[in-house]
Design a binder for this molecule. Sequence first.
Ligand code: PGA
Length: 256
Amino acid sequence: MTSALWVGTSWKMTKTLAEGGAWTTGLRDRLDGTAPAGVQPFVIPSFTATTAVAGILGEDSPVLLGVQNAHWEDEGAWTGEVSVPQAKDAGAQIVEIGHSERREHFGETVETTRLKVATALRHGLTPLLCIGESAEVKDAGGSSEFILDQARGALEGLSEEELSRVVIAYEPIWAIGEKGRPATVEELVAPFAALGEVYSGKVTGLLYGGSVNLDNAASLLGIEHVTGLFVGRTAWNLEGYLELLRIAEAHARAAQ
Ligand code: PGA
């Protein structure tokens, strides 16, 4: 059995409630209650929009909802933080953990990603663990080793059952955002081979992220062990996201 291709977006720090509401309403109406065959859509808005997006999607939506971060403690004196139970209460099913922007600017470490993965799992949410190396590490030939260390560190000690509920997104830092450049398929084969050797079939998904666009999505999905896409800019526009879902659906059909 082939499992669904996970294709989703984090809005990062973009969109007002009105903008996010329009995007979500459009998605809900265009999907009309059914995910594209073989595809698992997901959306990760800002915290402020979580309940609004949950309300628009409604119960039994084919679109999973996530948050971009959550604390490892269930509650307490952690000013400015949001807990996993609070995220769950707001309607989240996924917790994004360890995005490179959080590692770079907000002190996220392998240890905090490990704590957060464990807490998300304990509350029945899907940890979406982001890993990725810098250009310096890549240029020194250390990509695979670096991302395996990040993954192993965050997933250390999990049972097989717990690991099976984790999604990993490999997002090389040099390929992310305005300053990034799209990775070529050739550059991604070796890192995904390394990840696939350890995690293929053992986790819910092995996603690629970083400058995914309408031109490269199909070939990225064709890389061995890639089972989904985690997308920023291209998907912030609803038509872009819908087109990515169509590309993934076509890929899933062809792979049947
Ligand atoms: P991007 O962002 O698609 O805009 O490069 C990707 C990410 O950070 O997940």
